[in-house]
Design a protein around this ligand. Sequence first.
Ligand code: C2E
Ligand code: MG
Length: 414
Amino acid sequence: MIHLHGTQAIAFRVLVVDRETIQRVIVARCVEMLGWKADTAANLDEATDKFSIRPHDVVVIDLDLGHRDCTHLLRYLRHARADPSVIFISGSAQGSQADSPRTARDLGLRVAGTLCRPIDPYRLHALLLSNPLRPRTDKALAASYPNAQDLDQALRDDEIHTEYQPKTDLITGEIVGVEALARWHSPTLGVIGPNLFVPIAEQSNLINRLTFRVLEDAIMACRRWREIRPNCSVSVNISPRMLASPGLLRMVDAILNQNRMPPGALIAEITETTLLANLPAATETLTRLSIKGVRVSMDGFGTGYSSLASLLRMPFAELKIDRSFIGVCRTDPEAWKLIRATVSLARAIGTNVVAEGIETEDISDRLRDAGCDLGQGWYFGRPMQHDAMLRWLTPGNTSAAAHERQREPLVMAK
Ligand code: C2E
Ligand code: MG
């Protein structure tokens, strides 16, 4: 949900300061779910460096940073005069009585509240949205943000397109599936990424039309790819808002039937962070999808707190490890442990593991050796148009593959 000031949508910027990689990623992903921007810092120095480059509207601080570092950071924020709101994260319920929130208040900083681990994304959203946030003084930036009316018009004017990114078998190097990713080609604002407009769609009930559009594109494109690669599947990201409505099942049925495509060609990706807050409704819809034969994938794995029980209750065919862990897997032992543990868990419950965000050959090799089944990322190919994907899937067409690897990434709204 992007914060609305009048009719204007504004994305706020949040700095997440936490020593632990996994915690930083979880909070940052929760922030991005609102369509806001998140920066992260692992310690005091990184935090002050990042804040000095671009002041943030909200700073989320882990109390495990220790009272001394927390106090330094709070003093810094006070003197920076940027007037951010502060949210504390605590390992225990006693955290709310800890010294640092009191120090922050004494310094005159706005304290939105303290959250305990494990973080409930919806409580974090409530704290983020409860802040008396001010419209950005940067009018040019604010004016460049679209709103729900713009998106509604864009859907009517056919400005929403779907791009496709390959999923590759890490052992054979073969493309076994493709993920569909929505793009908004606005004639006035340029190419807008889904992190910006999907939250607007969710907030304004346009998510049904957006999902229909992407599903239809994806299934039609996949039908053509399967003439060359009969087992090729297409993955579509499904918003948690859609899981609560019976319309999703009807929509999936109608589009598959219209295109005479088997349900097994479709993979529905659900993001872990959003899933857990809607567990009962989501479990039912996902189970019904999987009974039909549609495979279900848990996206952004590692960014929520799925219990083994919830993983066993849900019909997951695939766990996709969040790209924040993949990029740092060589240097961050915590991220590497999470990857190894995910592979073991996936083996135990009989699902595939996909590593997303692979940007280099050595990371690809490392993940293959660790037991990941599939990989996705710029190293294999950037998101591309469906005809480019078709050319790439055509046997022997290596020049198409080389070209698509080098394409520039999406610029806006990342
Ligand atoms: P996601 O499902 O995790 O999709 C993967 C994202 O990672 C895509 O960003 C992709 O472009 C990016 N990516 C892929 N490889 C690499 C890499 O090697 N390095 C880096 N840094 N990034 C890489 P994109 O397209 O901006 O999508 C962002 C998110 O928006 C998606 O994350 C998904 O959650 C959501 N989204 C995209 N399309 C739709 C849609 O049609 N419906 C819904 N509900 N959500 C969508
Ligand atoms: Mg996805």
